[in-house]
Design a protein around this ligand. Structure first.
Ligand SMILES: *Cc1c(COP(=O)(O)O)cnc(C)c1O
Length: 388
C-alpha cells in the first residue's frame, strides 16, 4: 500500500506536513528556561481556541478518555450525583467511567441519532430542588452517530432552572472544527484531545477549566494522582510539568495552534461546514440515510451513514480498506454492521473528500449496493463548485 491515501476515520485525523515537521525535533531539556517561555504563550493561544478568557488550560499526557477522567475526578467526590443522557457510544463510555469512580449517574436514555435532550435535562434540574446534582455532562459531538448537541441551550435550561450544577462538555471531536464557546455557554469543564481537530498524533488530553471548577477541585475527594489539576497548574505556573512532558507532541500542538489561528477559528469552522455539506450532498444522492435524525443535529466533523437493509457495513469498510487502501469509520456499538462513518475533520480538502467518496462508490458497486456509481461524487462536486 502506498501510504499516501488520506484517512477518513473521525480521529486520529490526517496530519499536515507542517505539524509532522514541527514534531521532528531532537530531545531538549524540559527543565530549561526555554520550556518556560514556550508553555505560557501556548496556553494563552489555546484559550482562543476554546473561546475562553476566564478559564485555564490544563494538559495531560493522555487521550481524550484521560481528559474525561481528569475532569470528573478533580471536581467531584464519590457519591456525587451527575446528570447526563446516553445517545451513542461516547456518551455511554463517559457514563461508564463516572460509575467506575462511584458517582451516582442519572441517565436520560435517548435513541441513537438524537442529541442531548434539553427539555428533559431542564425538567430534571428543576425537580432537583435540593440541588443534589453537582454536574451536567454533555457530549457536544457524539462521534458514533455524527450528532451535535446544543450546548448553549443546555446552559439556558440550567439557568432557567436556577440550578448551580457545573456544566461538563466532551468536545473531543468538535473543538477546533465546530464552533465552541466556553465562556458564552458557561462551560465549566471542556475536554478535548490532540488527535482530532488539532490534527496531531494521539497523546494529549487538552482541557479548559473554569474558575468555579478550579475551586471545586480544592474540595473534591475522588482519588487522583497523575491527573491532578492543582499539581499540574502549580508546575505550569513556573513553566514546568510535574513529570516528563511529551515534548514532541507539545511542539506539534504549538504548530497546530499556529495553523488554526492563522486561518482564524471561525474560518476553520466554516471550512468544516462546507466539507461536511459536500459529504451530505453525496449521501443524499446515494439515497442513504444519516444516523442524525434532523438537519440541526448533523455534525460537521463526522457523518454516520446507514447501509441499506440486507447489507453489512463492516463488509463495506473492510472491502474498501483491502481493495483500495482507504479507511472509513466502522459502526460502533448499536450501529455495528449497520452503519459506517466518514470522518471529515481536520486537515482535509475538497479533493481528498471527492477521492474518499469515490472509493465508497467503488466499494458499494463491487458489493452490489443499489447505489449509482458517480452519483454522490457528482453531487459533492456540484456543491463544492457552487460554494466557496
Ligand atoms: C475520540 C473521542 C473521545 C476520546 O477518545 P480517546 O480515544 O480516549 O482519545 C471522547 N469523546 C468523543 C466524543 C470522541 O470522539
Amino acid at each position: 500500500m502506498s501510504g499516501q491515501n488520506p484517512i477518513f476515520i473521525p480521529g486520529p485525523t490526517n496530519m499536515p506536513d507542517r505539524i509532522r515537521k514541527a514534531m521532528d525535533v531532537q530531545t531538549t531539556d524540559h527543565r530549561s528556561p526555554d520550556f518556560v517561555d514556550f508553555l505560557a504563550p501556548l496556553f494563552a493561544d489555546l484559550k482562543t481556541v476554546f473561546k475562553t478568557r476566564t478559564g485555564e488550560i490544563i494538559t495531560f499526557p493522555a487521550s481524550g478518555t484521560g481528559g474525561w477522567e481528569a475532569a470528573v475526578t478533580n471536581t467531584l467526590s464519590p457519591g456525587d450525583k451527575v446528570l447526563t443522557s446516553r445517545f451513542g457510544l461516547f456518551s455511554h463510555k463517559w457514563i461508564d467511567l463516572c460509575r467506575r469512580h462511584k458517582l451516582d449517574v442519572d441517565v436520560i436514555e435517548r435513541e441513537w441519532g438524537e442529541g442531548a435532550p434539553v427539555d428533559l435535562l431542564g425538567a430534571a434540574l428543576a425537580a432537583d430542588t435540593e440541588h443534589r446534582i453537582k454536574a451536567v455532562l454533555v457530549t457536544h459531538n457524539e462521534t458514533a452517530t455524527g450528532v451535535k448537541s446544543d450546548v448553549a441551550a443546555v446552559r439556558r435550561a440550567m439557568d432557567a432552572a436556577r440550578h448551580p450544577a457545573m456544566l461538563y462538555v466532551d468536545c473531543v471531536s468538535s473543538l477546533a472544527s465546530m464552533d465552541f464557546c466556553m465562556d458564552e455557554w458557561g462551560v465549566d469543564l471542556a475536554v478535548s484531545g490532540s488527535q482530532k481537530g488539532f490534527m496531531l498524533s494521539t497523546g494529549m488530553a487538552i482541557i479548559a477549566v473554569s474558575q468555579k471548577a478550579l475551586r471545586a477541585a480544592r474540595d473534591a475527594t475522588c482519588p487522583r494522582a497523575f491527573l491532578d489539576f492543582h499539581m499540574m497548574r502549580d508546575a505550569n505556573q513556573v513553566g514546568g510539568y510535574p513529570y516528563t512532558p511529551p515534548l514532541q507532541i507539545m511542539m506539534g500542538l504549538r504548530e497546530s495552534v499556529n495553523m488554526l489561528l492563522e486561518e482564524g477559528v471561525d474560518n476553520v469552522f466554516a471550512r468544516h461546514h462546507r466539507m461536511a455539506s459536500g459529504v451530505r450532498a453525496a449521501i443524499q444522492a446515494w439515497g442513504l440515510e444519516l444516523a442524525a435524525k434532523r438537519p440541526e443535529l448533523e455534525s460537521d466533523t463526522v457523518s454516520a451513514i446507514y447501509v441499506p437493509e440486507g447489507f453489512n457495513s463492516n463488509e463495506l469498510t473492510n472491502h474498501i480498506y483491502n481493495r483500495y487502501g482507504v479507511s472509513f469509520g466502522v459502526g460502533l456499538g448499536e450501529m455495528d454492521g449497520k452503519a459506517f462513518r466518514i470522518g471529515h475533520l481536520g486537515s482535509i480538502t475538497e479533493v481528498m473528500i471527492l477521492g474518499g467518496l469515490s472509493a465508497v462508490e467503488m466499494g458499494m458497486a463491487d458489493l452490489g449496493y443499489p447505489v449509482k456509481p458517480g452519483s454522490g461524487v457528482r453531487a459533492a462536486q456540484e456543491y463544492y463548485r457552487s460554494t466557496n
